[in-house]
Design a binder for this molecule. Structure first.
Ligand SMILES: [Zn+2]
Length: 114
């Protein structure tokens, strides 16, 4: 019997490993989110009253809090898409296919992710 090496689980947003994050929550599509990233999401939700009407209706403190949280989530999503594209490239999926999935040209996909 062959023993497969244990794959380290990671947060799909910030890439923290299971040993670095206090908690990891599994998603339905095979992704994970750590407690810190859930905290960022909660800050975004807290700073954005529901039902959302307009940015003009938020206080300056709410907007300042929201931009910090948004910046953190942009960074996390940036890491996520780069990891996904890297996984596709490791499987020899072409830049043309990646570009098609993103609705951009092969060249645009290559320039953005290589
Ligand atoms: Zn995370």
């Amino acid at each position: 019997m062959r023993v497969l090496p244990k794959r380290k689980l990671r947060c799909s947003f910030c890439k923290k490993s299971e040993t670095e994050a206090a908690r990891l929550i599994a998603g339905a599509a095979g992704g994970y989110i750590c407690d810190d990233c859930v905290g960022v999401c909660n800050k975004i939700l807290d700073a954005t009253p529901s039902p959302f009407k307009s940015w003009d209706e938020l206080s300056e403190a709410q907007l300042l809090s929201a931009i910090k949280a948004s910046e953190a989530s942009v960074g996390a999503l940036h890491s996520l898409i780069h990891a996904q594209v890297a996984a596709l490239r490791k499987r020899d999926v072409s830049w043309a296919e990646i570009g098609k999935a993103l609705g951009v040209s092969r060249q645009a996909a290559w320039e953005r992710f290589s």
